[in-house]
Write a protein that binds this ligand. Structure first.
Ligand SMILES: N[C@@H](CCC[C@H](N)C(=O)O)C(=O)O
Length: 289
């Protein structure tokens, strides 16, 4: 009889993940298997999957092993690979603490977008050092039905288009990717955030995530939104020397994002482990065919 495979389920502001601990990187997780695990009817269900691997055991993370013992091999719900997941890093850190693999306090996590630092509070929030935003030049437009909006191109390790709208309902059905132009702005697809103001330093978003559809939160998206809002509001902490903090409401909760005078972005929010279980390896193998 083959060995059963452990999994956990977790979420951060209701961006939910199947967590598969696999320290030595021996579990086969081709895109079809990931999509089957993330399927909400025929699988466990999740917006994405966190494959937990020792950095030294993963070809994409070996070079980061000296700085970070654990690698977040992140996959979208459709099985595609993404560079980074902000809510995922918080949940990943919470899992490591929950499993006794790291102490409370400060840890490092290797990702495809580099090593991220995380501060874990036992029963509270997790704060992640998300690195700096890149703001590629050029005008971008996103559309939903008959409506179009200018969008800010913000790269948080993964690509985002941030559009300020009058009403979040105008974003309509976000299950399919909103069209954007020019196509050259995002050769690998994009996560699209629609944003409204809620008050000074306070915004709310809806998001279409590349590879997952509309989700109830996106951590990198919230960071991209905070940076786009700051620039729109005339604030650039690197220039002014004053940090810019935005509260970002997402359908699944609230994140607080601060851009510091050195350009580094910090994201704080919840990270919850909700269940543990076992995957039937025969089902997993057949789902990959
Ligand atoms: N939910 C994530 C982002 C996950 C990756 C994204 N869908 C992509 O393809 O870039 C977050 O919290 O940042």
């Amino acid at each position: 009889m083959s060995t059963r495979i452990a999994f956990l389920k977790g979420h951060g502001t209701e961006n939910d993940f199947v967590i598969v601990p696999d320290p030595e990187n021996v579990i086969a997780l081709p895109p079809a298997a990931v999509a089957a695990l993330c399927d909400r009817r025929a699988g466990i269900g999740g917006d994405g999957l966190l494959h937990v691997v020792r950095s030294a055991a993963h070809p994409e993370a070996k070079d980061m092993a000296a700085e970070a013992e654990w690698f977040m091999d992140y996959r979208n719900g459709d099985g595609s690979v993404a560079e980074m997941c902000g809510n995922g890093v918080r949940v990943f850190a919470r899992y490591l603490q929950h499993a006794g693999l790291v102490p409370e306090g400060d840890i490092s996590v290797a990702t495809r977008a580099g090593v991220k630092s995380a501060h874990i509070a036992k029963d509270g929030d997790v704060t992640v050092g998300m690195g700096r935003a890149r703001l590629p030049e050029g005008e971008v437009t996103v559309s939903v039905g008959e409506r179009s909006w200018p969008a800010r191109n913000v790269n948080m390790g993964n690509p985002h288009a941030v559009a300020f709208v009058e009403d979040l309902a105008h974003a309509g059905d976000l299950s399919s990717p909103p069209p954007f132009s020019p196509a050259s702005a995002y050769p690998d697809g994009v996560n699209v955030e629609f944003v409204v103001d809620r008050g000074p330093g306070h915004v709310a978003l809806r998001v279409h995530e590349r590879g997952s559809g509309e989700t109830r939160s996106c951590g990198t998206g919230a960071c991209a939104v905070a940076v786009a809002a700051a620039r729109r509001d005339g604030a650039d902490p690197v220039v002014t020397g004053t940090p810019a903090t935005y509260t970002v409401d997402v359908p699944g909760g609230r994140l607080v994002i601060t851009e510091r005078p050195d350009g580094e972005i910090e994201m704080t929010g919840p990270a919850v482990i909700v269940a543990t279980g076992e995957i039937d390896p025969e089902w997993l193998e057949s789902s990959a065919r």
